[in-house]
Design a protein around this ligand. Structure first.
Ligand SMILES: CC(=O)N[C@@H](C)C(=O)N[C@@H](C)C(=O)N[C@@H](C)C(=O)O
Length: 718
């Protein structure tokens, strides 16, 4: 087993491995494919995620292969929130975040041509709107009009200045007048401390987004004011002929529920028509539709449709809206239980902005296929679905599609991420795509082996309604027996409706290179296995998921070279919930446990989480906005919570929380901390400031890993 000091150096080395966060094909047509990319790595010395840009030129050497003829050196990027090329490739819009002389945050909208900056607008000083949203995958949008004369973006609504009742300057302004337009510029009395609901975890400062249109020539900015008042717009795109805008509108009445990771929120696709000054829902306003992406000829757009209410993540329906006929059709329906390893349905929160083939028939999107991230080519006319092969046998995710050229990211548990380019083959030949790496990928970790394990529930654990369901784990281990400590980290994911895939993950690789094997369990309820798997867990959390993880752990211990006395466990959020359950229900099995922002008591969480509906839904209870966690609900929630087993816990527990977590409040961990302290069970509570639900600040993430490693090795038999 490596010493802590050795693992610190190993962390330093692996943290430097960059990961592509963005890659697009430049639209300036030329003889070669010019690919712009942005990479991110963890800079421990600066305690910051540092971004750099790299550009590649790739020439086609045959019908399908490319040869990279030029690679730029890495160019560190500073303060770029958005960088969007115009349709012709002749212009570029950049939103840049700067700290002003008085240490205030400023945002500049820059318009560049090929050689100079044409506009440089200090937008916040104009007081037309609040901060421009970043690319959060929901509301943030920056889009060029087809004409390239306008740029749309999404920003926070500008509120009237709040003034104190006691401010003498406006003593003459009566309270009842301050809400009237003619006095608003003076300010509104008594509003200084009124709470503005935000969209929950990961959406700090995002209360009411508005759509802004910049005239690129004049620099004038107007706010679209005919978006329905009860709707927060996002995924905003230009309508055909720049006749208006089409967007996802999330309903924020009667109150906002956390939206990140939650595709079940009430939302519809809207069309705001400039000429008619109307804004109409093109999909069911009571449904959960999102993310319109137009075909190159603007004849139609695809969008995703989910179940409203119910589980927060699940299989989505891929639909197509015919712009002329004004009607939607289903292209890929929801899949309950796929045929043996067959197409499990579409699992994606958003669709890439450019995903269509030039024939206006096919789209190229990312999805999940059991324990792997995959790329699907879906023919929106024939409804045929083709899974593209990965380049390295692990995950492959689409970055950009343009002119039938695909840029994708590949990785595997022993292969850091790298970019590939491929020409989309003709219809029906897609599986024959040839990938060409754009970069020589970081060295394969030859000392890490991985495989996907399939688990079948034992007879007594078969779900009464969904009796054919199986589940999987991603298992990684040191390739060299001498390197192996024969120890095992059992690692259930959170959600619960999420999934571990075969991508490169820093913590898993670090554990493995430090001598641990790692078992990442995709228990029933994970996404990517069909909707029936997701629904099989509702009402069964704390039992079905717990037994699935335990059975997977016992299976691996029996089949692999693992010492049963050297098994530890760790998980975050719902994964932390499972960790706490497992050490309570199997008290002598795990030698040490770590929980990151764990759900400990579903009942007490329900009053303070941004997703109170989750507490009802996962416990098999109906949720309405007016639902109250009354005695009956609370007792059901308690009956599924791990805290009930605290008297059985012997395993030393380390709790790690993000102090700004809005999803699972830090007090959840504090409940377990106190209970264990009172029972003299070894417990350690680490609180990271400036971290939310995922603990991903560079210095916090690094400290957390070393603390986890030390916690495990302190309690494992040497
Ligand atoms: C799928 C998913 O994330 N569901 C959300 C409702 C959610 O945030 N669930 C949390 C309880 C959770 O477990 N989150 C996971 C993703 C985590 O690891 O943070």
């Amino acid at each position: 087993m490596k010493k802590v000091a050795e693992v610190v150096e190993l962390y330093r080395k692996l943290a430097r491995i960059p990961q592509p966060s963005w890659a697009r094909i430049s639209k300036s047509l030329g003889s070669c494919a010019v690919v712009n990319s942005v990479w991110t790595y963890r800079d421990l010395e600066r305690a910051d995620k540092v971004q750099f840009a790299k550009t590649y030129c790739a020439n086609k050497t045959s019908e399908a292969k490319y040869e990279v003829t030029f690679t730029s050196r890495p160019q560190e990027l500073a303060n770029e929130q958005w960088n969007v090329e115009s349709p012709s490739g002749n212009l570029r819009a950049i939103v840049r975040k700067i700290t002003g002389k008085k240490n205030e945050e400023k945002q500049f909208v820059e318009i560049w041509n090929g050689s100079q900056k044409l506009q440089n607008i200090d937008v916040l000083s104009l007081e037309k709107h609040g901060k421009i949203y970043d690319n959060d995958g929901y509301f943030g949008s920056v889009e060029w009009s087809h004409s390239e004369g306008h740029l749309l973006y999404v920003a926070e609504l500008k509120y009237p200045k709040a003034i104190s009742f006691f401010e003498k300057k406006h003593a003459d302004v009566k309270e009842d007048e301050t809400k009237k337009d003619e006095t608003k510029e003076k300010g509104v009395k008594g509003e200084e401390y009124v709470m503005k609901e935000e969209w929950g975890e990961g959406m700090v400062g995002k209360h009411h987004p508005v759509i802004c249109i910049l005239d690129v020539d004049t620099g004038d900015i107007r706010i679209l004011d005919n978006v329905p008042d009860h709707v927060s717009p996002g995924h905003v795109v230009w309508a055909p002929d720049d006749s208006g805008v089409v967007f996802t509108g999330w309903c924020h009445e009667p109150y906002r529920l956390g939206v990140i990771y939650c595709i079940n929120r009430q939302s519809a696709v809207y069309y705001l028509d400039f000429q008619k000054a109307t804004c109409e829902a093109l999909t069911d306003p009571d449904g959960a539709a999102r993310c319109p992406v137009f075909s190159p000829d603007d004849s139609s757009f695809v969008f995703l449709q989910s179940n409203r209410k119910g589980p927060h993540n699940h299989c989505s329906c891929l639909c197509k809206y015919d712009w002329q006929k004004k009607e939607s059709t289903v292209v890929c329906d929801i899949v309950g239980t796929p045929k043996q390893n067959g197409f499990p349905g579409v699992y994606e929160v958003t669709i890439p902005r450019d995903c269509w083939s030039t024939d206006n028939k096919r789209i190229v999107i990312g999805s999940l296929w059991r324990s792997q991230a995959v790329i699907l080519v879906i023919n929106t006319e024939t409804k045929a679905v083709i899974r593209l092969p990965s380049d390295c046998g692990g995950d492959i995710s689409v970055c950009h599609v343009w002119n039938d050229v695909i840029i994708a990211t590949c990785s595997a548990p022993n292969q850091p991420h790298y970019l590939v380019i491929g020409q989309l083959p003709a219809e029906g030949q897609e599986f024959n795509i040839q990938w060409s790496p754009l970069d020589s990928p970081s060295a394969l970790f030859g000392d890490i082996l991985w495989k996907i394990l399939v688990h079948r529930p034992t007879k007594e654990r078969i779900h009464p309604k969904y009796d054919t369901l199986d589940y999987e784990s991603v298992f990684i281990k040191p390739s060299n027996a001498e390197q192996s400590s024969r120890s095992l980290v059992v690692f259930p994911h959170g959600g619960p409706h999420s999934v571990f895939t075969t991508e490169f993950m820093l913590y898993a690789a670090l554990f493995c290179q430090s001598g641990f094997s790692v078992l990442m369990v995709n228990y029933r309820g994970s996404v990517g296995f069909g909707n029936d798997s997701v629904f099989s867990l509702l009402g069964n959390v704390g039992d079905q998921d717990v037994k699935d993880v335990q059975a997977a752990a016992e299976e691996v211990i029996s089949k692999e070279d693992i010492d049963p006395n050297k098994v530890v466990i760790w998980g975050g959020s719902h994964g932390g919930f499972l960790t706490a359950h497992l050490i309570g229900q199997y008290p002598s099995f795990y030698k040490a446990a770590v929980c990151r922002n764990p759900v400990i008591n579903i009942a007490s969480m329900s009053g303070s989480t941004d997703i109170c509906d989750w507490n009802f839904t996962e416990c098999g209870l109906e949720f309405e906005y007016k639902s109250l966690a009354d005695g009956n609900s609370m007792s059901i929630m308690w009956s599924k919570s791990p805290l009930q087993y605290v008297d059985k816990i012997q395993t030393p527990v380390m709790l790690m929380i993000g102090l700004d977590d809005r999803r699972v409040p830090p007090k959840q961990s504090y409940e377990l901390y106190k209970a264990l302290k009172a029972r003299k069970v070894p417990v350690r509570y680490i609180a990271y400031p400036d971290n939310g639900h995922p603990i991903v600040k560079v210095d916090s993430e690094a400290d957390a890993f070393i603390n986890i490693y030390k916690w495990f090795t302190d309690y494992l038999p040497q």
